[in-house]
Design a protein around this ligand. Structure first.
Ligand SMILES: NC(=O)c1ccc[n+]([C@@H]2O[C@H](COP(=O)([O-])OP(=O)(O)OC[C@H]3O[C@@H](n4cnc5c(N)ncnc54)[C@H](OP(=O)(O)O)[C@@H]3O)[C@@H](O)[C@H]2O)c1
Length: 301
């Protein structure tokens, strides 16, 4: 008799989803769901197009299948898109999360909700899990509401808060800081990177490992998931240039005021990672370690 257990992963085609897919432990399987109907080239898991805003579709899925845990990472996650498409983003995140969270409660399935560092205002880093939330943009406000919603509907749930993530994404999804910088520098294009926004960036495979640890250990409440190095985006770009042997002279440092049209960003949301180490058993990785891993797993264009 097979002892393989299956988790449901929403947002399976996203960057976090790819990290979870690539770190699947022995004895576990993923059913992934995402929104649009497309084939995911090179993926080893089953991805089902299913819009989580549609309660009847979510309920039907839970009526057909039982899951060992649900990792809910699906929804609109681009800070600037949310700022300019608020109503659509509310539906995607609030309605989608309510549907998934309610289905978990009724099925008695452990929920791991994926939140963000954007719940903080960036004025009191490094942030522990107990720090008060104070978002500065619409994306952060929506994620705070989602955290409240999942805690109300599933008091025993886990809330994982990853920070700025990087890694090779599925080609069908949006680029991330590392792939965007890499693609620009490879084409010899000049880029402007800000010096006044700090994070401890997270490699998506390391995030995947933390998510799997949460699936197995089911810690209750918030767990911060982040990397080891505090860097600004300019330092991030220089490290990408160094690791991939690209031209660092193409990178110009600027202040955030250089980009007046974008959503407000918290200045320093570096996350404390003690709970991640202690309860998930996952050590933070340096930016260089993550980028070297990317280099050794170079995608075929
Ligand atoms: N990326 C980061 O740097 C970062 C940092 C902190 C926290 N997070 C959090 O991590 C989670 C995952 O982020 P990500 O960067 O991996 O996301 P992403 O790359 O933008 O991908 C979003 C995923 O959600 C799916 N989705 C969107 N709307 C949906 C709907 N209505 N029904 C079903 N699926 C839907 C998308 O499917 P389609 O492709 O089919 O549209 C895609 O699979 C999010 O909760 C985000 O807030 C991300």
């Amino acid at each position: 008799m097979s002892t393989t257990q299956t988790i449901l992963l929403t947002g399976s085609t996203g960057l976090l989803g790819k990290g979870v897919e690539e770190t699947v432990p022995k004895g576990w399987r993923i059913l992934g769901i995402h929104q649009r109907d497309y084939a995911v080239a090179g993926s080893r898991i089953r991805h089902l197009p299913l819009d989580i805003r549609d309660k009847s579709l979510v309920d039907k899925l839970f009526a057909r299948r039982r899951f060992a845990a649900v990792v809910h990472a699906g929804g609109i996650a681009s800070v600037d898109y949310v700022e300019n498409h608020y109503a659509e983003s509310l539906e995607s995140n609030i309605v989608g999360t309510l549907n998934v969270s309610s289905a978990c409660r009724r099925a008695g399935t452990h929920l791991i909700y994926v939140s963000t560092n954007a719940v903080f205002d960036g004025k009191a880093a490094p942030y522990r899990e107990t720090a008060p939330v104070r978002p500065v943009n619409k994306y952060g406000r929506i994620k705070v509401e989602c955290e409240r919603l999942v805690t109300e509907t599933n008091p025993g749930c886990t809330i994982v808060r990853p920070i700025l993530m990087y890694g090779w994404n599925h080609v069908v999804t949006r680029p991330n800081t590392a792939t965007w910088i890499y693609d620009k520098l490879l084409r010899g294009e000049r880029i402007h990177m800000v010096t006044d926004v700090f994070e401890n960036p997270l490699f998506n495979l390391q995030c995947g490992r933390a998510v799997w640890a949460a699936v197995r250990k089911k810690p209750q409440g918030v767990v911060h998931v982040a990397g080891k190095d505090k860097v600004n985006r300019w330092q991030f770009a220089l490290k990408v240039a160094q690791v991939f042997g690209l031209d660092a002279k193409l990178v110009t440092p600027v202040k955030s005021s250089f980009f007046p049209g974008i959503a407000p960003r918290p200045r320093n949301t570096t996350l404390a990672t003690e709970r991640m180490r202690r309860e998930l058993g996952v050590a933070p990785m340096t930016l260089e370690e993550g980028l070297l891993h990317m280099r050794s797993a170079m995608r075929v264009p």
